[in-house]
Design a protein around this ligand. Structure first.
Ligand code: GLU
Length: 300
């Protein structure tokens, strides 16, 4: 009887030790996951077989089309490092897929070749200050709005003759081929002498060289150039509304829904606000993170 009692005590003790050991295992797993958050995300992220996300995870690679010359959105520095708000959003999408940072690669796109790059499969996503328009919706699909800009004008600080959008009539203004900016300015100032280039940085170089009198595109893009060079200034306020979306090749509704869920989570948990403040905070002429956040559709 006595022996039996000891046996049961030993059994209970054994069970307790076993539970403790399992507890230890859990702790180890947690410690490992803190060290490599992406590995944990990969283990957790399960996507429907055959979905675009499952395909990207299987390939172990997400290729994103971004701008390389736009301070604030996508800028490549001398060392080859790419940074900006669009780049940060793309990295979060990669992280949500469970990919490591080095599995997200960036390819330079221009305003004119963004749609073509998606449709040729050269990039999986485009995160490149791209306005959601009905015309573009015919060719690609867009995520929810993640940023709202408005078209404006960039001039040299010493220029006093351009005060608003109508004063650019009969003047040389630079914008980028394939952008809504080039299209809008023709509608707003019918007699503008429009010069189109491939990139906004080329337009800014032309402005500084005196080859054009103004550059026109979205205020947030232009403000990035002003931040980098105080001999330039924004003028004329915002004369269009430019809601940005992440573009994907048509026929992948599950990928659009997934990207929407990542953007929604970023809006909810403070990442969106942190990135906005990091890239646009304190720039003259731009709204605060809070103001832009509250003007975007709520995260659902
Ligand atoms: N948001 C505008 C557009 O998508 C201008 C900026 C750009 O060209 O990337 O056309």
């Amino acid at each position: 009887m006595q022996r039996l009692r000891w046996l049961s005590v030993a059994l209970v003790l054994g069970a307790l030790l076993l539970a403790a050991a399992c507890g230890d295992d859990d702790t180890d797993a947690a410690a490992t996951s803190t060290a490599t958050p992406n590995a944990t995300a990969a283990a957790q992220a399960t996507f429907a077989p055959g979905s675009a996300m499952a395909r990207l995870v299987a390939a172990g690679k997400l290729t994103v089309g971004v701008k390389f010359d736009q301070p604030g959105f996508g800028l490549r520095d001398a060392s080859g490092k790419i940074d900006g708000f669009d780049v940060a959003i793309a990295r979060e999408i990669g992280r949500a897929l469970g990919l490591r940072e080095d599995q997200v690669t960036f390819v330079e796109v221009t305003s004119a070749n963004r749609v073509q790059y998606l449709n040729e499969g050269r990039v999986d996503l485009v995160a490149a200050s791209m306005t959601i328009t009905d015309a573009r919706r015919q060719e690609v699909d867009f995520s929810r709005i993640y940023f709202r800009a408005g078209q404006s004008l960039l001039i040299r600080r010493d220029n006093t003759s351009i005060v608003n959008v109508t004063s650019v009539n009969r003047r040389k203004v630079c914008s980028v081929a394939g952008s809504t900016s080039a299209e809008n300015i023709r509608n707003r100032a019918g007699q503008v002498d429009l010069v189109t280039m491939d990139t906004y940085s080329a337009c800014v170089a032309a402005l500084k060289a005196g080859a054009v009198e103004a550059v026109t595109t979205d205020d947030a893009i232009l403000a990035g150039f002003v931040k980098a060079d105080s001999s330039l200034r924004l003028i004329g306020g915002a004369f269009s509304v430019e809601p940005y979306g992440i573009a994907v090749k048509k026929g992948q509704p599950e990928l659009v829904a997934f990207i929407d869920s990542v953007i929604n989570a970023m809006l909810r948990d403070g990442r969106w606000d942190r990135f906005y403040t990091q890239y646009f905070g304190g720039i003259e002429g731009l709204e605060s993170a809070q103001a832009m956040h509250s003007s975007l559709p709520a995260a659902n």
